[in-house]
Design a protein around this ligand. Structure first.
Ligand SMILES: [Zn+2]
Ligand SMILES: [Zn+2]
Ligand SMILES: [Zn+2]
Length: 479
């Protein structure tokens, strides 16, 4: 509207300019109206208004008066024509119609996380499904995945499942073990155990005080027990309260050498199966290892001189692998030292000047073969002839052998020790090389009563005599 007014004013101005010539010329044509701007939304254009006609007057003294303003131009000649009305503005163009909306024809899942959408206009679109993370998972408790007693804390794997989408999440186990408050220990070392997985810290050797208590783990570890001799010049093993299967005897105790394994020190002990002796040991006293679990053949030290009575008796494991070596220095092996050792075989050091053996170490003699000390209970032969060098059969020498049926006692034998054939229940015959001059110590008449040679000459009664006599002695030239 405003523009049209302006246009109208323009025409007035044009008309005015044309009038400047003051020649009374014909008025110019009015210009056509400018085209209307295209309507944004297709609103019809409004009809343009009529152009405004300027007021032209002639003053009394003959000058043009335009719209009430007197000009310098004299109104001479004829009046010009009025300007034409401006053209109407053009209507705006119609708005474009909106497109039809699209429908969805089909939706398919491609199995790879995408939806394929086909629209009603046959266009297609592939849409990835929304990420599962878009909801807040509601995970349940952690559950151990790799169940097993030996799974270390650091190797444990746990999972938890979202109750909405079954999504699983995983984690490794605790970063660190949960160590027990107190030590676990054995005879040598202590360590901590993880309460969660049973894992262990590195083993640390015990730090033992004089009482064999560990100052770190506070446990009584025990071990070989010693005592000083009365004169404090040597020490003696008196016991063992350790846990280890192997006992090591120390060379020294409180500054003096350990020289004795005391009487019964390991008697009845089945914890220890191996003992290591230092080369300070000279004496293994009576019953030192009686009825014990000693199994590995002991390496008896070269310093050893004396093996007490029954020192190793009833050690069933002894001699299982090899023979028991009797060192060179041994000068005394007590009665029954190796009795009832199922597998024992003795091996005498070749430099030993006191002992020797026969029958693969199953019969022990003095080096000169004059004394028969020991005949293995386990020696399985039915008939045995005592060597003709032998003059003396030691007490209990054959005791307990149940295999022997017949024994031959040569004429060289003059002494048969107490209970030499005790318990030889299958000994049914004995052949004496000399039947005269035997006396039986059971007879309480001082030197013993003479035995009737008729008894001795009969193999059956002679066998009975051997089995039940205390000791027998033969004195020549003594009727
Ligand atoms: Zn979820
Ligand atoms: Zn652990
Ligand atoms: Zn300890």
């Amino acid at each position: 509207m405003r523009k049209k007014l302006i246009l109208s004013l323009c025409m007035i101005v044009m008309a005015s300019v044309a009038l400047v010539g003051c020649k009374g010329e014909k008025g110019d044509k009015g210009d056509s109206g400018a085209q209307g701007i295209q309507g944004v939304q297709g609103v019809p254009g409004t009809p343009g208004e009529d152009g405004v006609t300027p007021t032209l007057e002639i003053s009394n003294d003959g000058y043009w008066v335009i719209n009430g303003t007197k000009t310098d131009c004299k109104a001479i000649g004829q009046d010009g024509e009025d300007g034409k009305n401006g053209a109407n503005g053009t209507n705006g163009a119609n708005g474009v119609n909106g497109k039809d909306g699209r429908g969805i024809r089909s939706v398919e899942y491609d199995g790879m996380g995408n939806l394929k959408i086909v629209y009603t206009d046959n266009t297609e679109q592939t849409v990835p499904l929304p990420d599962k993370e878009e909801h807040v998972h509601t995970y349940g408790d952690w559950t151990l995945y790799n169940i097993g007693a030996d799974v270390s804390c650091t190797e444990k794997i746990y999972y938890s499942v979202c109750s909405q989408c079954n999504e699983m999440k995983w984690k490794k186990g605790a970063e660190s073990h949960v160590w027990s408050a107190t030590y676990t220990y054995d005879e040598y070392a202590h360590w901590y155990v993880c309460e969660t997985c049973g894992g262990k810290t590195a083993r640390e050797d015990h730090t033992l005080n004089d009482d064999k208590d560990c100052t770190v783990c506070q446990q009584h570890i025990g071990g070989v027990q010693y005592e000083l001799s009365e004169d404090k010049t040597y020490a003696k093993v008196v016991g063992y309260d350790g846990l280890a299967w192997k006992a090591t005897i120390e060379r020294e105790y409180q500054g003096v050498p350990v020289t004795h394994v005391g009487e019964g020190a390991f008697m009845g002990n089945y914890t220890v199966s191996r003992v290591e002796f230092p080369d300070t040991i000279t004496t293994i006293e009576d019953f030192a290892f009686f009825d014990s679990g000693l199994a590995y053949d002991p390496e008896l030290p070269s310093s050893l001189t004396t093996i007490g009575e029954y020192a190793f008796a009833y050690c069933d494991g002894l001699g299982l692998n090899t023979s028991v070596k009797i060192p060179a220095a041994v000068t005394s092996i007590g009665v029954g030292a190796f009795d009832h050792c199922l597998h024992i075989e003795l091996s005498i050091d070749e430099n030993n000047r006191t002992y020797t053996t026969q029958n693969d170490g199953n019969i022990l003699f003095s080096k000169d073969m004059t004394t028969l000390y020991w005949y293995n209970q386990e020696l399985n032969i039915q008939e045995y002839a005592v060597p003709e060098t032998v003059t003396k059969i030691a007490s209990y020498a054959f005791a307990g052998n149940i295999y022997l049926h017949k024994v031959i006692i040569p004429a060289s034998v003059t002494y048969i020790g107490a209970n030499s054939f005790e318990g030889c229940k299958n000994l049914k015959s004995a052949v004496f090389g000399e039947v005269e001059g035997w006396r039986d110590s059971r007879k309480k008449d001082g030197a013993g009563s003479a035995i009737d040679p008729i008894i001795v000459s009969n193999v059956e009664s002679a066998a009975t005599l051997l089995r039940y006599s205390t000791y027998l002695k033969r004195t020549e030239n003594e009727a």
